[in-house]
Design a protein around this ligand. Sequence first.
Ligand code: ADP
Ligand code: MG
Ligand code: MG
Length: 251
Amino acid sequence: MSTLTINNLHVSIEDKQILKGVNLIVKSGEVHAIMGPNGTGKSTLASALMGHPKYEVTEGEVYLDDENLLELEVDERARAGLFLAMQYPAEVPGVTNSDFMRSALKAKNDGQPIPLFDFIGKYEKAAKELKMREDLPHRYLNEGFSGGEKKRNEILQLKMLKPKFAVLDEIDSGLDIDALRVVGENVNGMVNDQFGCILITHYQRILDHIKPTNVHIMIDGKIVLSGGQELIEKIDQNGYEWVKEELGIDF
Ligand code: ADP
Ligand code: MG
Ligand code: MG
């Protein structure tokens, strides 16, 4: 059982302040949806948590249990148990999916290589559960993948790496109905007392498949409203305008 604690997080990009004091506590077994209009700082939160160098933390703290994540490098954060599925996964020509996965697992395993036979078995099982193409292991990382294939590949990495916490950034974008269901089932299958998740989404549709325990609305770099699934339906029907009226804020 672990806790991810984000306390008063302020983040700037090129001296422009994007996050203006984000507070969030996520425990193992919980799924927190963060919803909000475009450009409100959701992906900035994901990148800052992972330690992207362009995102400067100017104030606040992030702890995974008693480990201060902001003091760690990107790879150290991953080893501490944090995983990010990116909104726009990168293509890496020259590195195959299976080589990438195997070295990521090795890094997580303090440099100990994973026995090949063991690896192949687990990789093929996970790929099958995600209904991915059979030539996947031998293709270059995300190269020429459709949007949906890239997203599934992120979830494949998630399933193999088994982090303590994952931040899934718009994992639903580019997915058709069937892929959405497959991705949803696989993420649901991960959630247990060793794993918690932050699910960033602009739309409610992925939340038909992954039921969050907590729902937060982020506007202008802050979480302005938190609740349960009732918020999802309200956003689905009314967008985000009502939030502004209800809270008496301008954005
Ligand atoms: P969301 O994910 O909620 O749509 P983002 O976090 O992507 O929002 O963006 C928040 C704000 O930060 C936007 O104004 C966006 O233009 C700006 N921004 C995000 N990433 C960068 C970047 N790498 N360089 C410059 N500005 C950025
Ligand atoms: Mg966006
Ligand atoms: Mg985004």
